[in-house]
Ligand binder design. Structure first.
Ligand SMILES: N[C@@H](CCC(=O)N[C@@H](CSC=O)C(=O)NCC(=O)O)C(=O)O
Length: 281
């Protein structure tokens, strides 16, 4: 039987190991890469809980592991971090010249429209295929939190809200909160889902959260100097939905912070601690 994971790199980090692997995805029908940080507590005899990190537009599996500085706190807490790529990839995979559609911009949904539907099934990949793979091949427990940034914040919120019971904790940095009403989201939804308002509603975090019946502790951080705040992110839509649903959302605003990884690196320890409170007993 062929090896399921092809090692790409392994670097010692904070007493654990930062890995990158390639594998064949049946769900996406293409070769994919992902990164996983294994803390020192993860051994052949001891499995650890896991945080799935979803990156934003233009990112690969490498942005977070190189820029967020998460390894030291993950090692302290005993938390693995799995970072998928942001879309299917390859010469045979549909693409678009814009940075906000196609490869690097999968939006963590299952596309229904041609030409995207053939490969763009990032929801099923992140929720089902990748966890089954890492839980079978690596010392990782099926005890999961989910987090992300911007497009990946939208992904973290929607994947958790669509799959009650699968994630015990949620967090996001500067998420796209109401994509069916903002330009990045509308462009992606029109392409991937077609002009079908009912379908858009199923992938909009604020609209899903307003209907949520399974409360999961959720932390959202937003910088007030974020260049995308008013046009693309609209955290007030998420706040209003949480208020009307009585959902346990903590949304914090931070003076002077922009949309970059400097913001993420400044607060990532608090997000990891938020997840550890739910995942590590
Ligand atoms: N015009 C920019 C837009 C891309 C960008 O800002 N990407 C962010 C995520 S935005 C929402 O999903 C990002 O994380 N970039 C990578 C990084 O390492 O900072 C551009 O094309 O650069």
């Amino acid at each position: 039987m062929p090896e399921l994971l092809t090692p790409l790199s392994a670097n010692r980090a904070a007493g654990g190991w930062q890995h990158r692997f390639a594998h064949r995805s049946a769900v996406l029908d293409c070769d994919m890469k992902f990164a996983v940080y294994l803390p020192p507590q993860a051994t052949a005899h001891h499995k650890v809980p896991v945080l799935y990190w979803l990156s934003g537009l233009t990112c690969t599996e490498e942005n977070f592991i190189q820029k967020a500085g998460a390894q030291r706190m993950a090692a302290q807490l005993g938390l693995a971090i799995v970072c998928p790529d942001t879309s299917p990839r390859g010469d045979d995979v549909a693409n678009d010249p814009g940075y906000d559609l196609g490869q690097g911009a999968g939006f963590y949904l299952n596309a229904t429209q041609a030409p995207w539907a053939a490969h763009y099934r990032m929801h099923d990949y992140v929720v089902h295929e990748l966890p089954a793979l890492v839980e079978a091949e690596l010392p990782i427990l099926p005890v999961r939190g989910i987090a992300g940034h911007s497009m990946g914040g939208h992904g973290a919120l929607t994947l958790a809200l669509r799959n009650p019971g699968r994630y015990q904790s949620i967090s996001a940095f500067a998420p796209i909160c109401h994509p069916s009403a903002t330009p990045w989201g509308q462009k992606a939804f029109r392409a991937y889902l077609g002009d079908h308002p009912d379908a858009w509603r199923e992938w909009d975090a604020s609209l899903l959260l307003a209907q949520a019946r399974d409360p999961v502790p959720t932390l959202v951080d937003q910088g007030d100097a974020d260049e995308f705040l008013a046009r693309e992110l609209q955290p007030e839509a998420l706040e209003n939905a949480a208020r009307s649903a009585g959902y346990p959302l903590t949304l914090r605003r931070h003076a002077g912070y922009d949309h970059s990884y400097y913001f993420i690196a400044s607060l990532i320890d608090e997000h990891l601690q938020h997840h550890a409170r739910a995942l590590i007993k």
